[in-house]
Design a protein around this ligand. Structure first.
Ligand SMILES: [Zn+2]
Length: 74
């Protein structure tokens, strides 16, 4: 199954029957536990840089959660 990159129409051809633009495989990449693209993904996200851990999301501190909770109760 192919999907047009321009108008989103589905077809079996790599050229869109609706608008004539390029269509591409609509199915997502197959997932593999071996993760063949892991090294590419690490490079893309720059995980070896020193700042990367600080970009990870964290839970708010307990004090912040208690403050938010008491605001919601009012
Ligand atoms: Zn199209």
């Amino acid at each position: 199954m192919q999907q047009c990159l321009t108008c989103g129409a589905f077809s079996l051809m790599t050229v869109c029957p609706e608008c004539g633009e390029r269509a591409q495989a609509a199915a997502p990449l197959k997932w593999s536990p071996e993760d063949h693209r892991a090294s590419l993904r690490r490079k893309m996200n720059d995980v070896e840089s020193a700042d990367w851990p600080s970009n990870l999301s964290t839970l708010p501190s307990l004090e912040e959660m208690q403050a938010n909770l008491s605001q919601e109760e009012e």
